[in-house]
Design a binder for this molecule. Structure first.
Ligand code: ZN
Length: 452
């Protein structure tokens, strides 16, 4: 089943980038030669030294040994070619984060409302926040992210603007409102709107299989790329960690999402809820701190991914005092370590938004601290996330035919994964977004006549 139309998304970016002028006369193909001192083209396989990546428009056209010039790369003498010198850099595929919340982040500012960091922000504030945080996320080397839980407007609007080439940011897969039961983790309705059908739809609040089907379809109508539901309570809402949906409601959500070609992601702590979600065919368990061995075995069998969000329990102290309860539970149950040992697929995800956006790569340090090899951690944020998102044919590695999403760092992240904290080069879909530590505006903005 096709879960996500990556081709259509990329095509729209390319069309917007090329602009209206090309509609009349076809612009020449645009080539980029990237000379990579070290290239980790396929995380999981060893890196190679002194490599050339040939980019044609938005895609990778070739990967070759040695530093090739245009002629050696087989390009015509009149081809439009630019060269990017990363001979003293370590180059990896664009990173992906399977769990972010781009509408907000914590702040100690005494002027919270001026920064739009009210919780929850208004849709207008959330849109501005998302624009700022999306750009910061891309600058940190994350070229694709999955936003799991926002409102019914802000992140959709920013995703669409990025896809249309109107602003710079990562590819965003959006869930819209997370589905939650009345009074559950994610029900943000005021008491007097609890019975209002329209308010419930927009908030993703649903009780019973019929209403939960309707809630999935409403997010689908808004343009959701993925469906998120909160199978249990959570720390943020002080609703405990126990099950909140019945199995028939979970089944209704997951099967409706799949019917519509969308993946389903379950926020879940309780081991009972985790198993109910996995039995219903859920694609990922978010957090999963209390997973038991039976749950891990079920995940291994079904192919469900764990998205560990270690950062949500170990935020940088400058932004938030770690919730001692979530740290205690994480350290006691060691779900990440046990899932890794059991061979469960682990997709990199941070819960950015509960801490500062742009600090996503700190998760790598935690994964390695808790026993994962740096190679597996990088693989988790590229090959494995692409698999979870259903975009492996288009992204996750640096191979011919895939979108040209490239990130470079000084130093060797396989020796010291903290090298990934200092991404100084980012290419997304063949366009340079960051070079020499500075963000640049790579997209051609469509003229007003083309958009209005
Ligand atoms: Zn979250």
């Amino acid at each position: 089943m096709k879960h996500f139309s990556f081709a259509a998304l990329v095509t729209s970016v390319a069309i917007a980038a090329i602009g209206a002028a090309q509609a009349a006369t076809k612009a020449p193909d645009r080539y980029v030669l990237v000379h990579a001192g070290t290239l980790l083209a396929v995380p999981g396989k060893p890196p190679e030294k002194e490599m050339t990546v040939l980019v044609k428009n938005d895609r990778i056209a070739g990967v070759s040994k040695g530093y090739l010039d245009a002629a050696a790369a087989g390009l015509a003498p009149d081809a439009v070619v630019s060269l990017i010198d990363l001979r003293n850099r370590f180059v990896i595929p664009g990173l992906m984060d399977a769990h972010v919340h781009l509408m907000g982040e914590p702040t100690f500012s005494r002027h919270r409302t001026e920064r739009g960091d009210r919780n929850p922000p208004t849709p207008a504030e959330g849109t501005v926040n998302t624009m700022v945080y999306a750009r910061r996320t891309l600058a940190a080397g994350f070229t694709t992210v999955r936003d799991l839980g926002s409102d019914d407007q802000a992140v959709f609007a920013v995703r669409n603007a990025i896809n249309a080439g109107r602003m710079i940011g990562p590819r965003i897969l959006v869930s819209g409102s997370a589905l939650a039961v009345t009074g559950g983790h994610g029900d943000s309705l005021p008491i007097d709107a609890t019975g209002d059908p329209q308010a419930r739809l927009r908030d993703g609040t649903c009780d019973g299989p019929i209403e939960c089907r309707e809630a999935v379809r409403f997010q689908y109508k808004l343009g959701a790329d993925v469906i998120k539901f909160t199978a249990t309570g959570g720390f943020g809402s002080n609703t405990g960690l126990d099950p909140q949906f019945f199995p028939d409601e979970i089944e209704a959500i997951v099967s409706t999402a799949h019917l519509l070609g969308l993946k389903a992601a379950a926020h879940a702590y309780s081991p009972i809820a985790i198993k109910q979600a996995v039995r219903a065919g859920v694609d990922s368990i978010e957090h999963g701190f209390l997973v038991d061995d039976e749950g891990l075995a079920l995940m291994k069998k079904s192919g469900a991914f764990l998205v560990p969000t270690l950062s949500a329990s170990y935020p940088p102290p400058i932004f938030r005092i770690p919730d001692p309860e979530s740290v205690r539970i994480r350290n006691e149950h060691k779900a990440f370590e046990r899932a890794y040992a059991a061979g469960v697929k682990i997709a990199f995800g941070t819960d950015a938004g509960t801490f500062a956006h742009g600090d996503n790569a700190k998760e790598f340090g935690l994964m390695v601290k808790f026993g994962m090899s740096p190679m597996d951690a990088i693989r988790s944020a590229t090959v494995v996330t692409a698999d979870l998102f259903g975009i492996s044919a288009d992204a996750g590695t640096i191979e011919p035919g895939k979108v040209a999403d490239l990130v470079a760092v000084a130093g060797d992240p396989l020796q010291d994964v903290s090298a990934l904290l200092a991404v100084d080069f980012v290419m997304k879909s063949g366009r340079v977004a960051k070079q020499a530590e500075r963000m640049i505006e790579p997209f051609t903005y469509p003229p007003p006549s083309a958009t209005f």
